[in-house]
Design a protein around this ligand. Structure first.
Ligand code: MN
Length: 443
């Protein structure tokens, strides 16, 4: 687990003035990675690092030779059109890039390499983003006890929590091909649903389309087939985290998922934010794993460890906004419908990696793991509409327009935001993850 070092100094500032703007997501202490190019250009996509409202073009920085040694090697890999090779280089390379760029971006930095770096900036406003890695595998967990209880009450009112929930981080293997970059719109999916009381299922457009507020995390270095990752080493395999929206067709999902798990209810689209915030940037925001007071079961030995108990959690503040067509037409901000924190999650990201690999499954650089819906203990902290509307029975009202929703309507854009903030540390933001629901295609 990364420890605090000079790159976390809350007093550090950059010669990129926008990095010091109040509430900025990307100060010099953050330095997240994405893959981008100038919008509308036919240039190759390349890695970039955010600083303020700018992006360091890593391909240009590599050509300019701004880093030496391991930093130069890391920079060459991070300049590629996907970050898979950079991920595979491991924590020492990730650290070399972060620390090298931090030194060059610092307000006190001078010299020819700093001058060269000044020519490598692209305004984020002028950029378009693509997936940061070739995602060969996507796994989605189910690790919020509050979400599991809330959804369980809709499906199984008498016994909402499944017997395995407190013993292992539950997951299903998701669909990697439909993971998309923030900003991608998608059509309301078709599928099969069993209406309440009906004798036969119906085929048609999803009537209960939902979002799921999640975080995603990217596997950096993989593990060999047959070689599990022990809990104490799990974080060495995690490169960083992003925002993730696991769009869900609830009517299709609840009809199809017994006994093998989600299929079409989840496989039509999963959106992620462009920026991956590194685990090193998140170091000031590590918090203890959720306590499990008796009689709750304690984790089995392979899922338990002192470091995980002390600092396995991450304090990330999260919001969900819905921007309806009317919000857009009237120039109104999205209506905030949920506000919660990732530190409520019952299982930690290290425990997810260990559980994933304990049977010998090999994770690969660029694999994407979703944390599962993030819901806190109170109703306002629910991370999905199926919870907010109590299974579609209690509509919620959207601020700004006064419209009501039980599930998403055509034209709705869902905006996830996340950031870390506390006294004595620099704010570290994730930017946003957005996606829009288009009407179902005619079939
Ligand atoms: Mn999910």
């Amino acid at each position: 687990m990364p420890t605090l070092n000079p790159t976390h100094d809350p007093q550090a500032t950059s010669w990129v003035a926008s990095a010091q703007a109040t509430g900025a997501d990307f100060p010099i202490q953050n330095l997240p990675l994405a893959v981008f190019r100038r919008a509308g250009s036919h240039a190759a996509f390349r890695g970039g690092v955010a600083i303020g409202d700018q992006i360091i073009d890593l391909a240009a920085a590599q050509a300019a030779g701004v880093l030496d040694g391991l930093g130069a090697q890391a920079l060459a890999a991070a300049a590629e059109p996907t970050l898979n090779h950079f991920f595979a280089e491991g924590p020492s390379a990730w650290r070399a890039l972060r620390h090298g760029l931090f030194d060059l971006l610092h307000s006190s930095a001078t010299g020819p390499k700093v001058d060269a770096l000044r020519t490598c900036l692209v305004a984020q406003f002028d950029a378009e983003f693509t997936l940061p890695a070739r995602v060969a595998n996507y796994t989605d967990f189910y690790t919020s006890i509050h979400h599991a209880s809330n959804v369980g009450k809709v499906i199984r009112p008498d016994d909402p929590l499944t017997p395995n929930f407190q013993w292992l981080p539950i997951a299903y293997h998701g669909r990697a091909s439909s993971v998309v970059m923030s900003g991608t719109a998608f059509h309301r999916p078709h599928g099969q649903a069993m209406p309440p009381g009906a004798k036969a299922p119906v085929y048609g457009a999803c009537a209960r389309l939902d979002y799921e507020l999640e975080m995603g995390f990217f596997i950096g270095t993989g593990n060999a087939l047959g070689e599990p990752v022990p809990l104490g080493e799990a974080e060495d395999h995690i490169f960083g985290m992003c925002l993730l929206n696991d769009w869900s067709a609830r009517d299709h999902q609840f009809w199809e998922m017994n006994p093998l798990g989600p299929f079409l209810g989840k496989n039509f689209c999963t959106s992620i934010s462009p920026w991956i915030v590194t685990m090193e940037a998140l170091a000031p925001y590590r918090v203890p794993a959720v306590e499990r007071p008796a009689p709750e079961p304690q984790p089995l030995a392979y899922l338990d460890g002192a470091a995980n108990r002390a600092a396995g959690g991450v304090d990330v503040q999260l919001t969900v906004g819905i921007e309806s067509a009317e919000h857009r037409a009237r120039g109104l901000a999205p209506a905030e419908v949920s506000r919660t924190n990732f530190h409520h999650q019952y299982w930690t990201i290290a425990q997810m990696v260990t559980q994933h690999t304990v049977g010998g499954c090999n994770l690969q650089p660029g694999d994407l793991l979703g944390t599962g819906t993030i819901s806190g203990p109170t109703p306002a902290e629910a991370g999905a509409m199926v919870e907010l509307s109590r299974g579609g029975t209690q509509p919620i009202t959207l601020a700004g327009t006064g419209e009501t929703r039980t599930f998403l309507q055509d034209g709705d854009t869902v905006v996830l935001r996340g950031w870390c903030e506390k006294p004595g540390a620099a704010r570290v933001g994730f930017g946003e993850c957005r996606g829009q629901v288009l009407p179902a295609r005619a079939r």
